[in-house]
Design a protein. Structure first.
Length: 324
């Protein structure tokens, strides 16, 4: 949430964001597994005393706090910015789950770390939906907000969340797809990345190869996947959307793909593509599949050298971009 500069004391306490060229305020929402917003806190100044960890501790510390709704053993799923609140949350008798963080010298998560992170982000997607919903429904919160609104901004945000709960279809019901995702996660949580092991044993990650631009010939035998197949492989829609972004960036004016491929052996393809964030960074990945067989079951193994690419629970966006 953004605010213009103001001469009053409140605005002076806010941190000025040099990148966005404006002062920032931060509302906080607590979202139930159903998608309902069960608490809306803030607004918090984005100064040195209000990082996400301290804000969460403040929310749980208040006399009329969220703790009145929680019982020991309840699970909290948070983003990486909340890592400093782990001891405090667990001290309240709550379980604390957060995506993994790379060590300083670590370039890629282990398969175990990546799988544990994906299990958290699959569930936290409900929070991202709630954040996007209030901005999409009430565009006022997605634009620069003038300083005269500051005194009433907290109540406006509370009313907005309450109206979403009352009148919007926010309930995320259990359905067959969610049950399938849960089964896949349980089946693959402890599964090692066999393709990663093969790549390292055969030194496919260091060997020089002859790259060829992606075309119809290299797609021969590769599984044709429907949108439902992709959702089953990626465990949702986020990686599929990111994969579409990669594809859009790698299509040349004559509608041919400009990322490169190499066939390591029958049923295993190696792909190189440019990173979306740096033109000098190349992402390299491998996919093992059953030739001339379609559907999600035909995609057997995958491995990407990006930070999260070793996981077996779901795939990264680079792998999601490679499909026919």
């Amino acid at each position: 949430m953004k605010s213009e500069k103001s001469s009053d004391h409140a605005a002076r306490r806010m941190t000025f964001c040099g990148y966005k060229k404006r002062n920032l305020l931060k509302p906080m929402m607590v979202v139930a597994p159903s998608g309902l917003i069960i608490a809306a806190e803030g607004l918090y100044y984005t100064d040195f005393g209000n990082n996400d960890s301290k804000i969460l501790q403040d929310i749980l510390h208040k006399s009329n706090s969220l703790m009145n709704l929680l019982i020991p053993g309840d699970a909290t799923l948070v983003d990486r910015q909340f890592q400093g609140a782990k001891a405090y949350v667990e001290g309240k008798g709550l379980k604390f789950f957060m995506p993994s963080i790379l060590d300083k010298k670590q370039k890629q998560f282990t398969t175990e770390q990546a799988n544990a992170s994906r299990k958290v982000t699959v569930l936290r997607y409900i929070v991202e939906l709630a954040n996007g919903r209030i901005k999409n429904k009430y565009r006022f919160f997605d634009d620069v907000i003038r300083s005269p609104y500051l005194p009433m901004l907290n109540k406006m945000f509370l009313f907005g969340c309450a109206l979403l709960n009352k009148y919007s279809n926010v309930n995320i019901k259990d359905d067959d797809f969610h049950e399938k995702v849960a089964e896949i996660i349980e089946q693959r949580m402890d599964k090692p990345n066999l393709l990663k092991q093969k790549v390292e044993q055969l030194k496919w990650d260091t060997r020089q190869v002859i790259w060829e631009p992606a075309n119809e010939d290299c797609a021969l035998g590769f599984p044709a996947l429907t949108l439902e197949d992709l959702k089953e492989i990626t465990l949702g829609v986020y990686q599929t959307k990111m994969g579409n972004n990669y594809n859009e960036e790698h299509i040349s004016p004559d509608n041919s793909y400009v990322f490169c491929t190499h066939k390591e052996e029958p049923g295993i393809i190696k792909v190189q593509m440019r990173s979306r964030y740096s033109s000098r960074t190349r992402r390299v990945l491998w996919i093992e599949y059953s030739e001339y067989v379609n559907g999600s079951a035909a995609v057997k193994e995958w491995y990407c050298k990006c930070p999260i690419g070793a996981r077996t629970v779901g795939v990264c966006s680079h792998i999601a971009a490679v499909r026919v």
